[in-house]
Write a protein that binds this ligand. Structure first.
Ligand code: PEP
Length: 327
C-alpha cells in the first residue's frame, strides 16, 4: 500500500540550535497528523540533537546522504550504522545536488540504497532530468537509466522498502514547479518502469514523491495527482508553517482516500510492512491500475464521489473496499 510521505530536506541550512527549534516547531504543528508520514532531514551536525526532539513523536528523522562503507578513510563521510544508531528512518540518496556537485552516479546510488536497506532504513531515491535533457527529449531515457541503476540487484521485497523522489532538476530551488500534468506524466512513467522491473503490484505499492519548488500554494494540485504520493521539500521546509502548509493538503488528500484498515481485509500491520519504514501506520489504498474497468481506480480524486463499500480483491487481498461512484 502506498503512503503519502512528506519529507523536508533542510540541506546546508540552520545551525544546531536553529535546527532544534525548527524540529520542535514541526513536531508541535504535526502533532495531530495521522495519515501522512512526515520526516525532516537536518544537517549531519544537527541530526543527533534533532533525534532527541522527534523521539516518540510522529515526525521521522531523515539523513541527507550516507556512505556505503561501514567505516574507514572516507573524510567527511558518515556511515549507515552511524545514522541507524541515532534513530534515522529515511536516507535521501542521489539528490541532484549530490549528482551535480559531488560526483554521485547511479552506481553509488545503488550501493547506498543497498547499504541503507540492509540496516532497515528506507532510502528516498532521487531521480530527475535537467532542463537540457527535457528539451532534448531525453526525459524518459534519463529516468529509465536512473531507475534501472538505482534498483540494480534489488529484489521485489527490497524494492517495496524504497521511496522514490521524482525531482525535475530545473524545478529544484528555482521557484519553477512542474505543472500538475507534467509531474503526473513523469510519475506515471516512473511507475511504469517499476512495473517493468517488478510487476504491477509492487509498482503500485511504492510511494513516489514529487520534489521541486513545492509549496503550500501548489501542493494541493500536485498531491491530488494519482501517482504523486507526497513531496520532498527544500526551501518551503525551512519554516514550520510553510512545511505544514504542504503536509495539510497531503493529509487531506490521504484521508479522502483512506480506508479503515479493518475494512481492507489486510492483516493488521500488513500494509505498514509493505514498505518497511518504521512507524508507517497510515493507509492510502491505491488499487492496481487495471485500465478500463470503471472501478479500477477507487482512489482517483476524479472518480471519488460517495463511496460504497464493496467486496473485491485488491493487490491480491480479498476484503471490503470503498468503491467509488463514478461521475
Ligand atoms: C529539494 O531539495 O529536494 C527540493 C525539492 O528543493 P526545493 O523545494 O527548494 O525546490
Amino acid at each position: 500500500m502506498r503512503k503519502i510521505v512528506i519529507a523536508g530536506n533542510w540541506k546546508m541550512n540552520k545551525t544546531v540550535a536553529e535546527s532544534v527549534k525548527l524540529a520542535a516547531d514541526v513536531v508541535a504543528a504535526a502533532r495531530d497528523v495521522r495519515n501522512v508520514v512526515v520526516a525532516i532531514a537536518p544537517t549531519y551536525l544537527a541530526l543527533a540533537k534533532v533525534a532527541e526532539v522527534v523521539k516518540g513523536t510522529n515526525v521521522r528523522l531523515a539523513a541527507q546522504d550516507v556512505h556505503w562503507e561501514n567505516q574507514g578513510a572516507y573524510t567527511g563521510k558518515v556511515s549507515a550504522d552511524m545514522l541507524k544508531e541515532i534513530g534515522v528512518d529515511f536516507v535521501i540518496i542521489g539528490h541532484s545536488e549530490q549528482r551535480t556537485y559531488f560526483g554521485e552516479t547511479d552506481e553509488t546510488v545503488n550501493r547506498k540504497v543497498k547499504k541503507v536497506q540492509s540496516l532497515g532504513m528506507t532510502p528516498i531515491i532521487c531521480i530527475g532530468e535537467t532542463l537540457a535533457e527535457r528539451k532534448e527529449g531525453r526525459l524518459e531515457a534519463v529516468l529509465t537509466t536512473q531507475v534501472n541503476g538505482a534498483y540494480a540487484g534489488l529484489s521485489a521485497d527490497e524494492a517495496l522498502r524504497t521511496v522514490i523522489a521524482y525531482e525535475p532538476v530545473w524545478a529544484i530551488g528555482t521557484g519553477v514547479t512542474a505543472s500538475d500534468d507534467e509531474a503526473q506524466e513523469a510519475h506515471a512513467f516512473v511507475r511504469g518502469l517499476l512495473a517493468r522491473l517488478y510487476g504491477d503490484n509492487v509498482a503500485q505499492s511504492i510511494s513516489i514523491q514529487y520534489g521541486g519548488s513545492m509549496k503550500p500554494e501548489n501542493a494541493a494540485g500536485l498531491l491530488a495527482q494519482k501517482d504523486i504520493d507526497g513531496g520532498l521539500i527544500g526551501g518551503a521546509a525551512l519554516k514550520a508553517d510553510s512545511f505544514l502548509g504542504i503536509v495539510t493538503p497531503g493529509s487531506r488528500s490521504a484521508s479522502s482516500l483512506s480506508v479503515p484498515r479493518q475494512a481492507t481485509g489486510l492483516a493488521p500491520g500488513a500494509a505498514a510492512g509493505r514498505t518497511g519504514a518504521p512507524g508507517f501506520s497510515s493507509l492510502r489504498l491505491r488499487a492496481p491500475d487495471s485500465g478500463s474497468a470503471p472501478d479500477a481506480r477507487p482512489d482517483h480524486p476524479a472518480n471519488l464521489r460517495l463511496g460504497a463499500c464493496a467486496q473485491r480483491t485488491v493487490l491480491g487481498s480479498p476484503g471490503f473496499y470503498w468503491r467509488p461512484r463514478l461521475a
